[in-house]
Write a protein that binds this ligand. Structure first.
Ligand SMILES: [Zn+2]
Ligand SMILES: [Zn+2]
Length: 149
């Protein structure tokens, strides 16, 4: 929401926006790992597999906070979208404040790379991403992040 100046200004942030432009947000400028999630909830919400940047606890809504709607998609996470254009804005683990932002919101992501694929056991057979990277099933992923149920 706030415009920051000085050492912590725009130079240190990667900015994205929704389709209507009403909501803009930012993540640290060195964010470049794109993670793919094949789970059923992500595919329903995104219309396909999710491709998201891991912003950690450092996601900022720079403008348009009044347009941000939050949907509690599970007991431990929420999904936010723009009330005007419907663009997905972020997925957030409410317990430890870890945010994941759709990579498509950003015009450019310097050094972007596909980092990992998760919920691979939920992936339909009719698409696949080329190349090799870490792949985790639902059970493997949940064991790693310590979230169950
Ligand atoms: Zn919008
Ligand atoms: Zn997912």
């Amino acid at each position: 929401m706030t415009e920051r100046i000085g050492m912590d200004g725009d130079a240190g942030r990667l900015r994205g926006r929704c389709l209507c432009g009403g909501v803009s947000l930012s993540v640290p400028a060195d964010t470049r790992d794109v993670d793919v999630c094949h789970c059923g909830a992500c595919r329903r919400w995104h219309g396909g597999p999710a491709m998201v940047l891991h912003a950690g606890g450092d996601l900022r809504i720079e403008a348009g906070d009044d347009r941000v709607r939050r949907y509690p998609s599970s007991a431990w996470a929420e999904r936010a979208f723009c009330a005007v254009c419907g663009s997905g804005l972020f997925f957030r683990l409410t317990g430890d404040d870890q945010a994941f932002v759709p990579a498509g919101l950003f015009d450019a992501i310097p050094g972007a790379r596909l980092h990992s694929e998760i919920f691979t056991d939920a992936q339909p057979g009719w698409y696949a991403f080329a190349g090799r990277r870490e792949r985790l099933t639902e059970a493997e992923f949940l064991a790693r992040v310590g979230t169950a149920g």
